[in-house]
Design a protein around this ligand. Sequence first.
Ligand SMILES: Cc1ncc(C[n+]2csc(CCOP(=O)(O)OP(=O)(O)O)c2C)c(N)n1
Length: 569
Amino acid sequence: MKKTGAQIICESLIAEGVEVMFGFPGGYILPFYDTLPQYPQLRHILVRHEQGAAHAADGYARATGKVGVCVATSGPGATNLVTGIANAFLDSVPMIAFTGQAARQFIGKDAFQEIDITGITLPITKHSYMAMDAASLAATIKEAFYIARTGRPGPVLIDLPRDVQLDQAEFVYPEKVNLPGYKIPTRGHPTQLKHATRLVNEAQRPLIIAGRGVIISGGSEELKQFAEAAQIPVVTTLLGIGCFPENHVLSYGMAGMHGSGYANKALDNTDLLIAIGMRFDDRITGKITAFAPHAKIIHIDLDPAEIGKNIRVDVPIVGDVKAVLEAMLKMVERRQHVAWLEQLDEWRKQHPMTDVRDGTSLLPQYVIQKLYEATRGDAVVVTGVGQHQMWTAQHYFFHEPNNFISSGGLGTMGFGLPAAMGAKIGRPDKTVWLVDGDGSIQMTIQELATLVQDDIAVKIAVMNNGFLGMVRQWQELFYEKRYVATPLSCPDFVKVAEAYCIAATRVTAREEVLPAMEQAMAHDGPFLIDFKIEPEENVFPMVPPGASVAEFIEAPKKEVSTWPRRSTP
Ligand SMILES: Cc1ncc(C[n+]2csc(CCOP(=O)(O)OP(=O)(O)O)c2C)c(N)n1
C-alpha cells in the first residue's frame, strides 16, 4: 500500500528509533504536521522559536548520545534554525533538521517563504538534501541519520518541498546505506600506533589532553585504563569535561584560556602531549608558536582534516578514539611518573583553582560550588555562554561523560535554556540544572513557555550580574574599563518566571543559596532562582588573548581553598 511522503517521513523516523522531535509549524511543512497524529509514538515538542528547536535537539543529542531531530517550516522558520545548526556543526553533534519548502514547481521563483536553505547551510552541515520525490524519501532519511551519527557526527538537513510531503510512494525502509565515497576510519594505522606507544613508554613528563571526541566515541573507560596504566595525568578541553572523572587522582582539570594554572603549566612543560579527540582550538592553544614548546605531540582523531590543522604533530593517528586507546593499552608499559606528578601537585598548590574569597558577597564561584554540593555531583548541568559558563566548568566537578552540556565552538548565547529542555526530555530521570547568564537567558527566554506546556522540569540558576559579564571582563582588563554596551537592564526574573507559571525565588546572600537549591529540587516542575551575584566578579585564571597558556593572569587576591578537590585515592 502506498503512503504519502509525510507518512514515509514518520515511518522512517520510527524505523530510526526517534521518539521525540522539537519543532515549530508553518505552511510548507503542514502536510507533515497534519500526519503526526497518526503516529502517537512520535512526540513533538512545540518550541517558541526555531532556534530553540535546534538547540533542544542538540541538548537532547549531547545528553543521550542519540541523534536529535528538529523541524521548521520554510523561509524564516528555516533561517531561524541556522544558529542552532551551526552550533551543532562546530561541536560535532548528531542532528537531523527537517525544513519545509515551497512546492517543486515554485522553487527558484522567489515563492512566498521560499529560501535556499540547503545553500545557506552548506558550510555548517555535514551534508544536506532536498527531497525531490516521495519514492526516495526513505533512503534519504536512512542516509541522513547514518551520516549524522557515524564518523565525526554533525547536523544533516533535509529540505522537504510541500508537494513531496503529499505525493505517494511505496514505503520500504532500506536495510543498508549505499555510500561508497563515505569512509569512516576505525583503527589507527599499526605503524603509527607502535610509534606512539614507544614515545609513551619513553616519556618522562607525558600529558593527555582529552576532548569531546572521547565522549563521542564512548571511550572514557579506555581513557581511564590507559592513563592509569601508564600513569599519565589528564587535562581536558571545555567540551572534554566529564570524559575523565574530575575527582580522579590523575585529573588536572580543564586547560586553556580559563583553565587551571596547573593544567596550563603542565601543557607548557610536558615532553609528550597525547591529544585525544580534540582539535587544538585557539581557546586551548593560546599563542600557537609557544604551545607545548618541549613536547612531541601525538594526535588521535577520527577526522583526518583536524590533524596538523593548527599544530604541528609528530605522530598522527586517524581512527576511532576508543579503538585506538584499546589497541595502545595492549602495548603500553606500566609506568610511574612520580616526580612529574609531584611537580603538578606543587603547581596545584601554587595556583589553586577553586578559591572563593571569604566575605559575605554572593560570589558566583560559591554558588556553583553549592550546586555541586546540593546535587552531589549527580546532575546534568547545561550552561549559556559567558562567565557563568566558565565558573561552572571550573567549580562544578563532572565525573561522567554527557553531564556537562555547553556551547563550545560557536559559543552561542541563548543555547542554554532550550538545550537544557532537550537534555531533560532525553534524560527524564536526571536532575537537569541550567546555569545561565542574565544576558544569555534573555536570548531564548520564551522557551520558559515550552517548559510549562510540556511539563519539562528544568531547574534554572540565573547568574544575574547586570552585565554582559564576559565582555565586560574584557573591557575591564583590555579596554581600560570602558563598559560600552555591556551594562544590561534585566526584567525581574522571578516575575517573568511567575508570569509563565514557573515557581521562582531570588537569592541575594550566601546562606540562602543551598536552601533555595534544595527548594528547587524538591519542587515538582521547573523552578527558577535569580542569583544576584557580585556584578564585577571576573573569571580567573585567564590567558590573555595572544599570550601563551603559561602566561595566565590570576585572581588578584587569593586565600587557601578548603574545597575538596580529589576523592579518588
Ligand atoms: C549570540 C551571541 N552574541 C554575542 C556573543 C558575545 N558574548 C560572549 S559572552 C557574552 C556575555 C554573556 O553575558 P551573560 O549571558 O549575562 O553571561 P555572563 O558573562 O555575565 O556570565 C557575549 C555578549 C555570544 N557569545 N553569542
